[in-house]
Design a protein around this ligand. Structure first.
Ligand code: HMG
Length: 375
């Protein structure tokens, strides 16, 4: 039975900071951010937008072409959780009006978690062929101001519907996996911003890539020329370009980075937004093409696997809408950026949401969400 991604969508904040503005304020040459790191804009979340609201928006879009009642499992993958007990997925389940007998839970392993969720979803569909699983990956990436990580912030959500006979990507079962205990990026529970050792993280990312790919080729007897395209976890564009160069030499992955370059790091969602970017922006017919995926989550767990793009993937594309949504964002000033990053800045009713769900307040540590228009 073929199992994989049947529908896919993403969502991000309506607001962005131009890295030209950041470069000016930090006294850095913009060329460093633009060509050195590979980013030009980064998504910044207003107080009324969070992992749940953009997650619900991405899910709503992904479910547009899917029978909602078939969803009997929702896995919410995030490392930006605001609650150490209740799953963020339960809010999304409620707002999407999914079945009551739907299993819902969160998964965490830095940026790797959507790949872990995808694997679980595939196993669930293999056991229950008529089921569909909704995987939502949603993260807001924040580093302390004035650190090398600052221009690599961002945030977004991706939603994938996993089923048999997938209309976008058949995921192949073999994978090369590598886990090693390394403290390259971490966020203690009391902090909003991640701590990191940037150089160590980049080294470990590339080392893990080599190990995963070697393991993958040993298991599959495939070779590099059997892989037509590749998507890499993109904490910033240059990291993915380095990975691509290490694996393929001179092949171009520009089409995979169109969205990431203006959203920034979206952690768990990033790899799969790269895939949507590839299918939306490639002029080539990708039907039947084997595509490699490298997933890396600091800490660290990494996985390399492949999928074959389905014949009718174009029928499932939202390319025009995706481009329009990114073009329709509002640029914020440096001052607004500082306000949005301040947890004490709690004006919930002044800013737009990406979708129909808004965080309207926090009362007694309870988050209150409101639907802006009926779904
Ligand atoms: P840095 O020290 O500011 O930058 O931090 P640099 O000095 O290494 O320069 C970066 C690049 O810009 C270099 O190019 C420079 O030559 C170039 P490279 O040698 O790499 O090809 N450059 C210029 N180019 C043009 N004009 C100029 C100029 N100046 C310099 N004037 C670093 C960079 C990535 C380390 C930093 O941004 C950082 O620490 N980021 C956060 C951590 C991170 O993203 N790590 C990536 C791997 S870990 C990962 O992917 C997991 C993660 O997503 C988290 C999770 O799993 O949850 C982060």
């Amino acid at each position: 039975m073929k199992i994989g991604i049947d529908s896919a969508a993403f969502s991000t904040s309506k607001y962005f900071l131009s890295l030209e503005t950041l470069a000016r304020r930090r006294n850095v040459d913009f060329a460093k951010y633009c060509s050195g790191i590979g980013q030009t804009k980064m998504a910044v979340f207003p107080p009324n937008e969070d992992i749940v609201t953009v997650g619900a928006d991405a899910a709503e879009k992904a479910l547009a072409a899917v029978p909602r009642d078939d969803i009997d499992m929702l896995i919410f993958a995030t490392e930006s959780s605001f609650d150490l007990s209740k799953s963020a997925g339960i809010y999304v389940h409620h707002f999407l009006n999914l079945r009551e007998d739907c299993r819902v839970f969160d998964l965490k392993q830095a940026c790797y978690s959507v790949t872990a969720a995808l694997r679980l979803a595939i196993s669930h569909v293999a056991e229950n062929p008529d089921s569909r699983v909704l995987v939502v990956g949603s993260d807001v990436v924040r580093y302390p101001p004035n650190t090398p990580g600052e221009p690599t912030q961002g945030g977004a959500a991706v939603a994938l519907v996993v089923s048999k006979d997938p209309r976008i990507l058949e995921v192949e079962p073999q994978a090369g996996v590598h886990t090693v205990d390394v403290t390259d990026f971490w966020r203690p529970a009391h902090l909003n911003e991640a701590l990191f050792d940037g150089k160590l993280s980049a080294r470990n990312y590339l080392k893990s890539l080599d190990i995963c790919v070697d393991r993958y080729f040993q298991k599959t007897n495939l070779k590099i020329s059997d892989i037509d395209h590749a998507c890499f976890h993109a904490p910033f564009g240059k990291m993915a370009l380095k990975a691509d160069r290490q694996l393929f030499g001179t092949r171009s992955i520009d089409k995979t980075l169109v969205y990431n370059s203006v959203i920034g790091n979206s952690c768990s969602a990033s790899l799969y937004i790269c895939f949507i970017s590839l299918t939306d922006n490639s002029e080539e017919d990708l039907s039947g093409r084997r595509t490699g995926f490298f997933s890396y989550g600091s800490g660290s767990v990494a996985e390399f696997f492949c999928g074959v793009i389905s014949e009718n993937y174009k029928c499932m594309s939202n390319a025009e809408k995706n481009r329009a949504a990114l073009a329709d964002r509002t640029e914020i000033s440096f001052r607004e950026y500082e306000s949005f990053c301040n947890p004490e800045f709690r004006i919930f009713d002044r800013y737009q949401n990406a979708g129909n769900l808004t965080l309207s307040g926090v009362s007694d540590c309870r988050r209150v969400y409101k639907i802006l228009e009926p779904y």
